[in-house]
Design a binder for this molecule. Sequence first.
Ligand SMILES: Cc1cc2nc3c(=O)[nH]c(=O)nc-3n(C[C@H](O)[C@H](O)[C@H](O)COP(=O)(O)OP(=O)(O)OC[C@H]3O[C@@H](n4cnc5c(N)ncnc54)[C@H](O)[C@@H]3O)c2cc1C
Length: 390
Amino acid sequence: MTAAQYDLIVVGLGAMGAAALYQASRRGARALGIDRYQPPHIMGSSHGDTRITREAVGEGEVYMPFVKRSNAIWRELEMASGRELFHRSGGLIIGGQHAAAFHYQGDFVAASARIAEKHGIDYEILKSDTLRQRFPLLQPRDSDRAYYEPGAGVLRPERCIEAQLEQAQAQGARIHTGEKVISFAASADGVTVTSERGRYRAGKLILAAGAWISEFLPAAQRGGIRVNRQVIHWFEAEDRRQFLPERFPFVIWIGDTQEDFWSVFPAPPAGMPGVKLVTEQYHTSTQPDAVSRQVTEAEKADMFQRLTVPRLRGLREKCLHAEVCLYTLTRDEHFVIDFHPASQRVVVASPCSGHGFKHSAAVGETLAQLALDGGCAFDISAFTLARFDA
Ligand SMILES: Cc1cc2nc3c(=O)[nH]c(=O)nc-3n(C[C@H](O)[C@H](O)[C@H](O)COP(=O)(O)OP(=O)(O)OC[C@H]3O[C@@H](n4cnc5c(N)ncnc54)[C@H](O)[C@@H]3O)c2cc1C
């Protein structure tokens, strides 16, 4: 058996893998990161100019240490990289009487307020008339109410990934891009990773392959994970300045049915032209290499006519750009952060169920701890792979 070339290999350099490589190299580990594309790229889950981050994470109390620690890391990275990674815009979560129908723990507006209250985070609950006064572009129904968090905002995902990969390299990490990993084998004394181009030996391995993670998992766990195609649209604004982060918050709008979920994002300086709009779909799953990357005219019309016109003023029905993005979902829509069933030398983190970016800096740190120390600072007992065992 040849000696290990690296302390650690990270497969996949999207949000989670870039953060893990950065954190491991920061600790002095000899680290190699490998990605099949050229990160940041538009084939996975971490593109699209902006990602929402909130301090009160209504998806569950378990995420609070991750978001707090991530916010601290983003600030450090801004200093180290000279890049602006976060824009404070404030954030609204609007829900009607039937919002309890589907989003995470039920009533997402109430869940966010409960967590904000407990953690001393500034927030307000706004009724529809106050919403209309404070945010005149929005058109809530009388029955809608909103959770408003003034300290929330948007991250710039491509910049976050670039900054972490640059810092990792500056700290000695090696990065191979355009190189697909085919398989790995773990033994008592190390891990061998086989790619299209070569074989590498390391003490530990982190698998952060996003929508492709099932390729590295045993059949028993694959069933717990599915990939859903989502679409990001950018529509032309009558006046884009009205949507700058200092004037316009992100809005998560939870409608009365699962198909009625809609978000609009503030338009940051030096960002994509137009205003970003997204919805979510949970009914049709796909495979990451087979997914259609084309966005149809019908999808664009649906986004504008059905979801946007009733809720928002200030946009024209002209879609400037659209991209497909992948949600890697678990059955309970929570994360996976765990050792691989085959070996404690291998750590798995990927299915971040459509809400992972805001936590990714701290997830990366946790992955580095798991790989290099065998344990981690935060409670990850909710994120096991074993919960999918048949
Ligand atoms: C439309 C959309 C909107 C979202 N909005 C938000 C939001 O507002 N806030 C939020 O917090 N989260 C949001 N998310 C979720 C968040 O972006 C994801 O949870 C996160 O980006 C996932 O990161 P990842 O590292 O797991 O996956 P990716 O970033 O996709 O990284 C996986 C990487 O693995 C590489 N790879 C795969 N297989 C191989 C292989 N065999 N060999 C080598 N490399 C490989 C891929 O090329 C890729 O670079 C959103 C997601 C989408 C799709």
